[in-house]
Design a protein around this ligand. Structure first.
Ligand code: DAH
Length: 399
């Protein structure tokens, strides 16, 4: 006695009608697009016009040749009946997909039953199996012929189907912040200046009045490319480069990527954007700094926001300060002071290194991180989200 162990033959799982492309599309498509996909599927002919799917073969075990033949006949009859009643407007790829899936499922089960038949039954079983395969193929060919005769491989065009929404792309939230800040400063008379990301130690540190033993120059803080070149750790070197190129009065904004040997965690990234600002002219004082930066904060955060300045230290400014803005981080704790930039009066040593007449000119500078500003603005809890390139996250900020 031979017992067929293939569960499929006894209780085949119903074959679900879904084209390969629909399955693949759903795998690629984020969860929230599912309603669209469901709509699409409802409109495809496969759901309504073919019925190859609904079959349940009788539960049985193939033990004898006659049971084998009965199963083969049942399968043939089922496929034949269904193909003959399938709408000729059905999509051919869908119909083929269904037949093939059924073949994979049922033929494979039948085939695996052959070696388990009594030895003298195996040959007739094999012959019957090959016949069945050919007949199923012939039925499918006949369906294709009928479909061609009825006007070719008909593709159903549903004119009522909504168009797929095109994704036009959008600016990254950090780029949006940079653009907005640039627009405000442009109206205040600033132009954009750029500098290299691979910088020399002179521009990154020396010209900015860093003492030779400053910890920022240590290997564990800075990414060196060679003895004297490094990935700039801030955008401040663009101050010196700009002043070497253009005579004052100078008002520039310098956005750019900077690099530090930092861990990539919720609040740090080893590469991030900064925006530097520099204003050099005759008779510029700390009053100009406060007035301009307060004006910027009111424009960016809203007219009612308070700002405050406190002392801080950076080697390239004297006095150095930080500007805090009162912002609501939407965490239920209300308004609170958040530091948004460092600033100060440009140090005379910097003016000297840049070849600017320090008797005649003074100026102020600031530096800020647009990623942190974007995070506080949109309640983004982890800086890494900004670098993941996950479209589902980024498209929330699309305008
Ligand atoms: N370069 C500083 C940093 O990366 C930021 C900064 C502070 C820039 C004060 C300035 C400034 O121009 O005046 O932390």
């Amino acid at each position: 006695m031979v017992v067929c162990g293939a569960g499929l033959l006894r209780e085949p799982a119903p074959f679900v009608c879904r084209s390969q492309t629909a399955v693949a599309a759903q795998r690629r498509t984020p969860q929230r697009r599912t309603p669209q996909l469901a709509q699409l599927k409802a409109l495809t002919p496969c759901a309504s016009r073919t019925a190859l799917t609904a079959t349940r073969f009788p539960s049985s075990q193939i033990v004898t040749l006659s049971e084998f033949i009965a199963q083969a006949e049942a399968l043939e009859q089922h496929v034949t009946e269904q193909l003959r009643s399938t709408d000729l407007a059905a999509r051919l790829d869908v119909v083929k997909g269904e037949v093939n899936a059924l073949k994979d499922q049922r033929l494979a089960a039948l085939q695996s039953a052959i070696p388990k038949l009594e030895s003298h039954d195996r040959k007739p079983g094999g012959i019957r199996f090959n016949e069945l395969k050919q007949r199923l193929q012939a039925e499918l060919d006949a369906f294709i012929d009928r479909q061609n005769a009825a006007g070719g491989n008909a593709v159903v065009v549903d004119l009522t189907m909504p168009a797929r929404q095109s994704w036009r792309g959008s600016l990254h939230p950090v780029s949006m912040v940079i653009d907005e800040i640039s627009d405000i400063f442009r109206e205040l008379g600033f132009t954009i200046a750029l500098g290299p990301e691979a910088e020399t130690a002179f521009y990154n540190f020396g010209a900015l009045n860093f003492p030779p033993d400053h910890p920022a120059m240590e290997l564990h803080d800075t990414l060196y490319l060679g003895q004297d070149t490094l990935l700039r750790t801030h955008t401040s070197p663009v101050q010196v480069r700009t002043l070497q190129q253009y005579a004052p009065p100078v008002r520039v904004l310098c956005p750019g990527q900077v690099y530090r040997r930092d861990f990539f965690d919720a609040t740090h990234a080893p590469a991030f954007m900064q925006i530097e600002g520099l204003a050099i002219d005759e008779g510029i004082s700390f009053v100009d700094l406060k007035a301009t930066l307060s004006q910027f904060a009111r424009r960016f955060y809203g007219g009612s926001r308070r700002v405050r300045f406190g002392p801080s230290y950076f080697p390239f400014v004297e006095p150095g300060a930080q500007m805090d803005v009162e912002v609501d981080l939407n965490d239920g704790k209300g308004l609170r002071w958040v530091e948004i930039l460092g600033c100060g009066m440009v140090h005379p040593h910097v003016l000297q290194a840049a070849g600017v007449d320090q008797e005649k000119y003074t100026g102020w500078a600031f530096g800020m991180g647009p990623a942190r500003i974007a995070m506080s603005r949109h309640d983004i809890p982890d800086i890494r989200l900004l670098y993941d390139s996950d479209v589902r996250f980024l498209e929330q900020f699309a305008q």
